[in-house]
Write a protein that binds this ligand. Structure first.
Ligand code: FES
Ligand SMILES: [Fe+2]
Length: 445
């Protein structure tokens, strides 16, 4: 795992061990017993009665076949149709606070440089128009001028050339071909998004269902850490894992514990967006979180909310933190997963509030990294199984957000690229599947 930015603290580590005993969100070590009835009673006060529980009553078709997770052709189709129009979260405003601060990324086979020019953030292709060198190989840095590392050409905030060593050697000057390629850049709260396409919706329109919620990144919450890792799997393996709570008891037995009962799980599904909301059991960890949140001067809701904007951006939130995660394909069977974590700073000021904020930040960062690593341990096996599977796969009602996501992938790529039907090996028995249309809610009795 590559830690890009982070400030873990010793005090936080000690308190984490004391407070959570390595067990977050479960109750066995704390003496507090999870009572679904109590949670349900709290739910009726917090969620509208008609909006709880799953949308489907029976399992769903697994619409994507193994080829969709392995084929070069489908990968190319996704780059064009899913990722070409998409907005990509790359950084926080705070990481580019000073004029001259810059960050670079390899985004979908495109080298990108994001830089602060006198308070204005701009994104350019990190390629020099002189003889194609990257402008810089550094992942981050600060420089008074945007200058190519090879022969020293300088560029302004419009991407035009400034000082050029021995400029007369380039007469007559081809101004049009001497500009950096610029990309669209917009912010949502503290989050910096870049779009590789010159056309298409603005960021606010793209993020419509989550725009207001994601403004809170930075408002009352401060950037705590960013980390990323490369995984040997198709990007959809990672995304689909993040869309279901079904794996929690197996993959996160000590950090997250059992999945919530259906009456405490609320799903919202649409073509480009889905969300999951629950109220975790009010165990020791939840009480500890509430204690910190109150003392930092913020309201305690006790809820957990996970949202995805298709194809690849998710946001998770509790009172104590906000976390944006984005998975970028780097090939048909490889991807890069990035997490940007914000923790509550709250409204209170003074030495005590500052110390509590630091402790909470340390705890949340350690727990989030641990959960990230636990998920990371299963991706390789999931990809290897996909490549060899004779089965069609099946999606349970608890996993129904994956059904919406798979429908989105197929619909968006459809018409321009179609995979041939998978040839199943003789004797390869597919599990029984229902005819419930994916993505269309089945009315509950
Ligand atoms: S390649 Fe950039 S100045 Fe020559
Ligand atoms: Fe997980």
């Amino acid at each position: 795992m590559t830690v890009l930015y982070g400030r873990p603290g010793l005090l936080g580590t000690v308190l984490e061990l004391f407070a959570f005993g390595g067990k977050v969100g479960t109750s066995a070590d704390t003496g507090f017993v999870f009572d679904p009835g109590r949670v349900s009673a709290r739910l009726t006060r917090r969620f509208p009665a008609e909006s709880i529980m799953f949308t489907h009553q029976s399992h769903l078709l697994h619409l994507l076949r193994s080829e969709h997770y392995t084929s070069e052709a489908h990968y190319r189709s996704e780059l064009r149709h899913l990722f070409g129009p998409a907005w990509h979260p790359l950084a926080t405003v705070g990481e580019l606070a000073r004029s001259g601060d810059f960050l670079t990324f390899d985004l979908l086979e495109t080298p990108i440089l994001v830089r602060n020019f006198d308070g204005e953030l701009r994104a350019f292709l990190n390629v020099c128009p002189h003889r194609h060198s990257r402008l810089t190989d550094k992942a981050r840095g600060h420089a008074e001028k945007l200058r190519c590392q090879y022969h020293g050409w300088e560029f302004n905030k419009e991407g035009g050339t400034g000082k050029i060593p021995d400029a007369k050697a380039f007469r007559p000057w081809d101004r049009e071909n001497a500009c950096l390629k610029r990309f669209r850049l917009e912010t949502c709260g503290e989050l910096v998004f870049v779009n590789l396409s010159d056309t298409g919706p603005a960021l606010r329109e793209w993020l419509d269902p989550v725009w207001e919620a994601w403004q809170s990144y930075g408002a009352g919450y401060r950037h705590a850490a960013t980390w990323e890792a490369d995984f040997p799997c198709n990007w959809k393996v990672v995304l689909e894992n993040s869309l279901e709570s079904y794996h929690m008891p197996e993959v996160h037995p000590r950090t997250l514990g059992p999945f919530p009962p259906e009456e405490n799980a609320w799903h919202e599904l649409s073509d480009r967006f889905s969300s999951f909301k629950t109220i975790p059991p009010r165990d020791f960890a939840a009480r500890a979180q509430g204690w910190f949140v109150r003392r930092l001067g913020a309201p305690v809701t006790g809820g957990y909310w996970h949202r995805v904007v298709h194809p690849h951006v998710t946001g998770a939130s509790m009172d104590a933190f906000r976390m944006l995660q984005c998975v970028f394909p780097t090939g048909p069977t490889t991807c890069r997963y990035r997490s940007i974590l914000f923790t509550l700073r709250g409204a209170r000021r003074g030495p005590l509030a500052w110390a509590l904020y630091r402790v909470l930040r340390s705890i949340a960062t350690r727990v989030a990294r641990q959960v990230f690593a636990e998920d990371g341990a299963v991706y390789g096996g999931a990809q290897a199984g996909l490549a060899a599977s004779p089965h069609a796969g099946v999606i349970g009602t608890r996993e129904e957000r994956i059904g919406s996501f798979q429908r989105y992938v197929l619909d968006t790529c459809r018409g321009r690229y179609e995979l041939p039907l998978a040839e199943r090996p003789a004797g390869g028995a597919a599990p029984p599947i229902s005819e419930v249309p994916v993505g269309r809610p089945e009315p509950r009795a």
